[in-house]
Design a binder for this molecule. Structure first.
Ligand code: PA5
Length: 444
């Protein structure tokens, strides 16, 4: 389980501040739990850890085994909430270097999250001579980036394996009944998995959206669901002193009201980088609307201490940090002794590298605290699938309540549509003629 350490935030937030904001937090929690707030038709994620489709869950495991047996590479095609959770989980539990490590599960690459020709062309080169499976993930089925990438990979698979062979290698995760991708998949005979109607993209990692690729990587999805289920029970308690998710909401909203408009999620493990990306989408898309919201950003230390550490320590006083302290490392590396002590590092001989990493974290915490930067620390047991389930639910729950405290609908994303409309118009899609003319006039 996670636990919140508030020692490094006490210059900015006093107990009385938490007491003063707690009624607002409880009110937001009641709104969420009674399903009476804005966006309440998107609350399926709340009960997912205990109330999920068991038949589909079993099918996910079977499909994962089939993919493991039949391919060298799984291409996960999706954007935003349709790929970030899976990638975050695989890198968190396994490694950001998962593909390059010795293993008996397929390599996993991601497509359809950019429109870069170079990125896609590199990936196609990597696929040459390999057996490939594809998991296309799109709730709407119409998002341009994944739809274009899917068309390209579908062609590749049909050329390589024939139409019949390709259909055994394509898995579609999409809406239960609506949408182009669903009807197309049914017509073609692809195995399909469901993005439930009441679960938005950024809250969907515990559905087939995340679970299929995660299971393909050999991660224990039962343990992950159990971690989320235990977190669900723990964080439903309406007592800020016994509920760290509520306390986290309180701290970040108090800091926001003090003018700290940027939250930096910090970890001392590169394997957490994609989890930070998932978290950024979760909070950014949920809170950033109506001219409000804490800007979510992330840094990996000590790497980024050598680039942005200066700004954090002494730059504009607009940010606070939330530090993910992974207590137990997956691996042990011992620093060797050098009889000549050329680098004068023999005071570290025989030490675990992780010990050095932890001292870097402590040293930074003290430095930033002394530099008047608020630091919320979240202690995290390890990088297991179970703990990841805890983390996912903790942040989803906190995010929803925080959105209600801010007074926004945490479950919509109207702003994402603006660029899409313009892009469709510029590309000449039917129905966008008027907008196209208006944009053209602005270019000319
Ligand atoms: O959180 C969201 O809703 C978005 O990030 C979507 O997941 C993303 O835009 C992809 O949409 P779709 O799954 O419909 O292709």
């Amino acid at each position: 389980m996670l636990s919140l350490n508030t020692k490094f935030v006490d210059k900015h937030v006093k107990d009385i501040d938490i007491k003063n904001i707690s009624e607002e937090i409880y009110e937001a929690q009641r709104t969420l739990m009674s399903k009476s707030g804005a966006g309440n038709s998107f609350l399926g994620w709340l009960d997912l850890p205990v109330n999920y489709d068991k038949e589909e869950f079993a099918r996910i495991k079977k499909a994962a085994e089939k993919i493991q047996k039949s391919c060298d590479i799984l291409i996960v095609i999706g954007i935003g909430g349709s790929y970030l959770g899976a990638r975050a989980a695989i890198e968190f539990v396994k490694s950001p270097m998962y593909n390059r490590l010795k293993k008996d599960t397929p390599d996993i690459y991601y497509a359809g999250n950019t429109i870069s020709s170079s990125a896609l062309s590199d990936l196609l080169k990597i696929c040459e001579g390999k057996d490939i499976c594809v998991n296309i993930v799109s709730k709407s089925g119409t998002t341009t980036e994944p739809a274009v990438a899917f068309r390209i990979f579908r062609n590749l698979l049909e050329e390589k394996y024939g139409k019949e062979g390709a259909k055994e290698r394509i898995f579609a995760t999409t809406d239960k009944e609506k949408g182009t991708l669903k009807s197309f998949s049914d017509d073609e005979g692809y195995e399909t998995f469901v993005v439930p109607d009441d679960v938005g993209g950024r809250f969907s990692v515990l559905t087939a959206v995340g679970l299929l690729p995660i299971a393909v990587a050999g991660i224990d999805i039962d343990a992950m669901m159990q971690g989320a289920a235990d977190a669900r029970e723990k964080y439903s308690v309406a007592d800020i002193n016994k509920n760290d998710a509520l306390k986290y909401v309180a701290l970040r909203n108090i800091l926001y009201r003090l003018g700290k408009t940027t939250e930096v999620l910090v970890a001392y493990e590169p394997s957490v980088q994609m989890l930070c990306e998932w978290w950024k989408q979760l909070f950014g898309e949920s809170e950033g609307k109506d001219g409000k919201g804490i800007y979510p950003s992330s840094l990996i230390f000590s790497t980024d201490l050598h680039s942005l550490g200066q700004f954090v320590q002494e730059g504009s006083r607009i940010l606070f940090e939330t530090v993910l302290n992974i207590k137990k490392s997956n691996d042990t590396v011992i620093i060797p002794n050098d009889p000549n002590n050329i680098d004068k590092l023999n005071f570290l001989s025989g030490e675990e590298l992780e010990f050095v990493n932890k001292q870097a974290m402590l040293g930074t915490l003290f430095a930033h605290y002394d530099g008047y930067v608020a630091n919320i620390v979240i202690d995290i047991e390890d990088r297991s699938a179970y703990t990841l389930g805890n983390i996912i639910y903790f942040f989803e729950y906190a995010c929803a309540i925080s959105g209600y405290v801010l007074g926004v609908n945490p479950f919509n994303q109207p702003g994402v549509e603006s660029y899409k409309k313009n892009m469709f118009a510029l590309l000449g899609k039917e129905g966008y003629e008027e907008l196209r003319a208006a944009l053209k006039a602005r270019i000319d």
